[in-house]
Design a protein. Structure first.
Length: 339
């Protein structure tokens, strides 16, 4: 598990600008919370504590991982413009005041391809939402398409669900989304309606106050300084995969993965050997690059981020192997650590 001090964002400003028409609609829907400061967990809690699990779900590329990282105050889930960047159930933990929020970032629900990898990702999503206290259904503000509708149809009726309309910063006139919010009210009995931007600190801080009232009164599950339940070994594989996605652009199909072959700790040093698995020889060439320069850059950027994460030194070796058709093989998908 990773313990560190989150990069606490500054407290939100009071009395921020609010569109009155949008505010009125949110008030009628029961969905606008007052801004409040996000206070760190005290050393000693006097009184009852709250703790609960919140699943963040939605179609690919709506900003789920960006939101999770902003809520935790540190990167615990990798991001890129590629669909299917998140492939596992990523848990981010943030303890604020007397409340511990256990956020679960899920893969984007897959509706277009039915290979073994996508079936695994969808099982991860459905498993995550079956046993939580609250669901945050994330869409892009003023947009609701067929893929969003397919995800919405999977949500259980017995768990309160918040509609989080992300990327509000891209809407020029925020009052324009009022009709859209009214239409969303007809689609599902959402408990709250939260238009916001995951890139705006005061919006992110507001999510805590909104989610808190749906969490049960109970003991914390994790120590107050815990940020994720994932190991350094797991995070190493994810960071390498993120660099692959970011540095190969749209050329490389999403069907590449990373397997950690060796992870050794020697004091403040980590010795890591990893294999990048692709489906075709041509994909291997994309990752290696001319004269090995692309692979070298992937390794360098991954090593630097890992060193910042562990606050130590990292020795990283990368290899590239071809496993034809692995993403459509249930056995290989499981062997690579997918559910």
């Amino acid at each position: 598990m990773t313990k560190t001090t989150p990069n606490n964002p500054p407290s939100p400003a009071q009395g921020d600008d609010v569109n009155p028409d949008l505010d009125r609609m949110l008030s009628q829907m029961g969905g606008r919370a007052k801004h409040s400061d996000v206070d760190p967990a005290p050393d000693v809690v006097d009184g009852p504590t709250r703790c609960g699990t919140i699943a963040i779900v939605g179609r690919p590329n709506v900003g789920k991982s960006t939101l999770l990282n902003a809520l935790i105050g540190q990167k615990v889930s990798i991001t890129s413009r590629k669909a299917q960047t998140t492939r596992h159930r990523i848990t981010g933990i943030r303890t604020v005041g007397a409340t511990q929020f256990v956020f679960v970032d899920t893969p984007g629900f897959q509706t277009r391809h039915a290979n073994a990898l996508n079936r695994s990702l969808n099982r991860t999503v459905l498993g995550a939402i079956s046993d939580v206290d609250l669901i945050v259904f994330m869409v892009e503000a003023n947009r609701f398409g067929l893929d969003d509708a397919k995800v919405l149809a999977q949500l259980p009726s017995g768990i309160p669900t918040i509609l989080l309309a992300n990327k509000l910063d891209l809407i020029h006139r925020r009052g324009d989304i009022a009709p859209w919010l009214a239409s969303m009210q007809e689609r599902h009995p959402f408990a709250e309606y939260v238009p916001m931007s995951a890139k705006t600190i005061r919006d992110v801080n507001r999510v805590f106050a909104i989610c808190e009232r749906y969490l049960p009164t109970q003991e914390w599950i994790y120590p107050p300084d815990e940020l994720t339940d994932k190991s350094e070994r797991f995070l190493a594989a994810e960071i390498i995969r993120e660099k692959i996605f970011r540095l190969t652009g749209d050329e490389l199909p999403y069907t590449s993965t990373v397997v950690i072959d060796k992870f050794e700790e020697e004091g403040n040093l980590r010795r890591i050997a990893a294999t990048i698995v692709v489906e075709r020889e041509g994909h291997k060439g994309m990752i290696i690059g001319e004269g090995g320069e692309k692979l070298k850059r992937i390794g360098t950027e991954a090593r630097h981020e890992l060193e910042n994460l562990i606050d130590g030194k990292v020795f990283l070796e990368l290899w590239v192997k071809v496993k034809s058709g692995w993403a459509d093989s249930e056995a290989r998908v499981r062997s690579f650590g997918y559910e």
